[in-house]
Write a protein that binds this ligand. Structure first.
Ligand code: GLC
Length: 749
């Protein structure tokens, strides 16, 4: 009887899946038919209008085109398919009303850079990446997408998934750091967060994987600069997060400002047609970055906008953000038989499909509901999620003699530094000032809500960048009256972000001098560093007993910092990017090749693949971060020592992890692999898996990693994905620089 029941249940589930699959297929077909029917009615000008995107009436996020006509009139004429930077349902309604006056009433897309929050600001993406917590990251973007979609936005220009190995680049703050594996997981989590249950639900916004491609490898870390790299590096390091975003269902891609090996990404058919739309089969559309089509003139790749429009459309750029190259030249290019209407039709189809999927043809105002806008923003549960994400983003770099967490019984704490009372600064770059009254919790606010009977003194001490020392005496006096000093130091929030590359990434101004003076008082000093990039602070790193890297933590930053300082949350963050000792070390990253003369230590002559004036190692390595407790790794075991290439599941690796301290804490147990001998060579280690686990004091847990054959694969010089038999080293640790257990296995044919 039970067998019959089981069979019946299986049949029911199977038929439900088939029905669901059929429904999705039917919907897809239905949309395709609607797109074709609409396309057949469109004039060439109306088709070109769909490929045209204008900036709206809020803020410009790029160089503004002068002497433009009336955008609303152009929308009414069917010359615009999408707008960006329009804030709030009231403004969006004005623009959508204009679109509804056009002949075919094709609704507009409303795009916005909802990068790390809409009304509630979450930590900057590089901070979120430090949490290694995909659930928390997805939830943060889900909230951002919900708030944005309630405010008229149906398309976000996020996630930025550019791998970055150069902290001089200001946009390092916007991504997930240097590692393709971690970056791919985070790309997928962010896409799923923004798109939620899928395009068509009113709380989803269409996501964008950007900037395609290799923008983070700009030479010298200088924004917009050229990128020159081998195809293998492109495929091994920079493309994987884009593929992960595509596999997660991302609706659109945005190309990048840089040229790649001499061909601007916007006009790069290898990237946009061969890889994205060809090999990967991407069915969404590609939007140019702001003005990037017209900028091919500056690149020297096109002599004028006419030629730029031809190159961009042929290369697979479907929509023109703000360069006006398409709207002003495509009709002539068709008339001159330089491009076929088929190319335009393909781009229009891609855009219309997304508008149908978003439900905009069913109801062009489905994201423009003032009542929903009033009740959907800044909800208490969103505030809690922002605080949780912020706490998880903090990285404990140092904690000598367990100075932290703070005791609740301290009599006096001195809070010193230019960022101790910072509020708006905590939001970082790419935050949206939706409501000037948004409640942002400063470090001082957070400390006050935790301090109880402890007296809090405050002194600014110095500015962020100025060289004045006139505040030093007051700060020293405050320190001398305190039991513990907490210093809030760092960059200004506009020192990272777009067009914010810096040649000098040291802690700015005279801040480190102030830290020295405060340290000289003999009081215990805790330094919190706020920035959008890795900074250099060698004296502080060597001499201050406790250091927290707090990035820019968003609206709830002050509460999160205080939660960590008082131990209400045990810091669990791990660095997603290498911290150099000097700008001279850059680029410096963990997954490098061994070279023919690998440095064994800092003194070997002829064996220094580094500098004579600096240690070989970075200041802090990828994957590094401490806890208030300690974790012991032991008993590594392999399921087999000579696995065969014939298996897809190569082997499993298990180990025991114990919390040997007195605080409950989370540990990110990292698994790295090295292919010891291969042609071409492989990095000295590559992150292939990790598990973030919570252990109570004294608790021991066995964890198991399953290694699959594709994790051993790599591209050869013909860009074929291969696996070679031979010796592999498994390294498991608390950081790429802190390998606790290792074991080798022999992969056989
Ligand atoms: C900017 C950025 C891009 C952003 C776009 C719209 O120049 O490069 O990331 O989405 O323009 O603001």
């Amino acid at each position: 009887m039970i067998q019959i029941k089981k069979k019946a249940i299986c049949i029911l589930i199977l038929s439900a899946c088939i029905a669901a699959g059929n429904k999705a297929f039917a919907q897809k077909q239905d949309i395709n038919q609607k797109v074709e029917a609409l396309l057949a009615k469109m004039t060439l000008e109306e088709k070109i209008g769909q490929l045209n995107q204008y900036n709206g009436d809020w803020e410009a996020t790029g160089p503004v085109t002068k002497d433009v006509g009336n955008k609303l009139d152009e929308i009414k004429q069917g010359r615009v398919g999408a707008v960006l930077n329009i804030m709030g349902t009231e403004h969006c309604r004005t623009f959508q009303d204009a679109a509804m006056k056009s002949r075919l009433k094709i609704p507009l897309l409303f795009g916005q850079d909802v990068i790390h929050g809409y009304r509630i600001t979450f930590p900057i993406p590089l901070a979120e990446a430090s949490s290694w917590d995909m659930g928390a990251i997805e939830k943060a973007e889900r909230i951002a997408g919900t708030e944005a979609s309630a405010s008229g936005i149906n398309w976000t220009f996020a996630p930025m998934v550019d791998i970055a190995r150069d902290p001089r680049w200001g946009r390092v703050m916007e991504g997930a750091g240097e590692d393709p594996y971690l970056g791919s997981l985070i790309a997928a989590a962010r896409v799923k967060g923004f798109q939620g249950k899928g395009l068509g639900s009113t709380d989803a916004v269409m996501a964008t994987a950007k900037h395609f491609a290799a923008y983070g490898a700009a030479i010298g870390g200088r924004d917009y600069n050229s990128v020159d790299m081998s195809p293998r590096t492109l495929w091994e390091v920079y493309l994987p997060p884009f593929k992960a975003a595509l596999d997660a269902g991302v609706g659109t891609f945005m190309n990048s400002f840089n040229d790649l090996n001499g061909i601007p990404a916007t006009g790069n058919s290898y990237l946009q047609r061969d890889i994205l739309k060809g090999k990967w089969g991407f069915k969404g559309f590609v939007v140019s970055d702001w003005g990037s089509i017209g900028e091919m003139i500056n690149h020297g790749y096109a002599k004028d906008n006419y030629e730029a429009a031809e190159e961009a459309l042929k290369a697979g750029s479907d929509m023109d953000m703000e360069s006006r190259s398409y709207i002003n030249n495509l009709a002539k290019l068709v008339a001159d038989k330089k491009i076929s209407v088929n190319l335009i039709d393909d781009a229009v189809r891609r855009i219309l499909k997304k508008k149908f999927e978003l439900g905009l043809f069913d109801d062009p105002y489905r994201f423009i509901n003032p009542e929903r806008e009033k009740t959907s923003l800044n909800r208490p549960e969103y505030v809690d999620a922002a605080r949780d994400m912020a706490r998880k983003s903090i990285v404990l770099l140092k904690n000598e003699n367990n100075l932290l967490p703070l005791s609740k019984n301290l009599k006096t704490i001195a809070l010193i530094g230019p960022l101790a009372k910072a509020e708006k600064e905590l939001k970082g770059f790419w935050s949206l000032d939706i409501d000037k009254n948004e409640e942002i919790i400063s470090l001082m606010d957070g400390m006050q809500s935790h301090a109880g009977q402890t007296k809090l003194l405050y002194s600014q001490g110095c500015g962020i960048t100025d060289t004045s020392r006139k505040g030093f005496d007051d700060a020293i006096a405050a320190a001398k009256k305190a039991d513990v000093v907490i210093m809030a130091m760092g960059e200004a929030p506009d020192m990272t972000g777009e067009a914010k590359s810096k040649s000098n990434i040291h802690l700015p101004g005279v801040q480190e001098e102030l830290i020295k003076e405060i340290k000289a008082t003999g009081k215990p000093v805790i330094v919190l560093l706020m920035a959008g990039r890795p900074m250099i602070f060698n004296w502080t790193a060597d001499n201050v007993p406790a250091i927290l890297y707090t990035w820019w933590l968003g609206s709830q930053g002050g509460n999160a910092m205080a939660d960590v300082l008082y131990g209400d949350y045990n810091p669990s963050g791990k660095l997603p990017i290498t911290f150099p000792r000097s700008e001279g070390q850059i680029p410096i990253y963990y997954n490098h090749y061994n070279t023919g003369r690998p440095a064994q230590n800092d003194t070997d002559l002829f064996y220094k693949s580094a500098y004579i004036d600096l240690p070989n190692s970075p200041r802090y390595a990828f994957g590094y971060g401490l806890s208030y407790t300690n974790f012991e790794y032991k008993n590594i075991e392999l399921s087999k020592s000579t696995p065969s290439m014939k298996d897809n599941d190569i082997l499993s690796v298990s180990l025991m992890v114990q919390n040997t301290g007195k605080y409950a804490g989370e540990e990110v147990v990292q698994l790295y692999l090295r292919d010891m001998v291969s042609q071409p060579v492989r990095p000295v280690k590559e992150l292939k898996d990790f598990k973030k686990i919570l252990l109570q004091p004294g608790e021991t847990r066995r964890i198991t990693f399953n290694i699959r054959k594709d994790e051993l694969s790599f591209y050869n010089d013909k860009l074929e994905r291969i696996v070679q038999p031979g010796t592999f080293q498994i390294m498991i640790g608390s950081a790429s620089s802190d390998i606790r257990l290792q074991k080798s296995f022999e992969l056989t044919n």
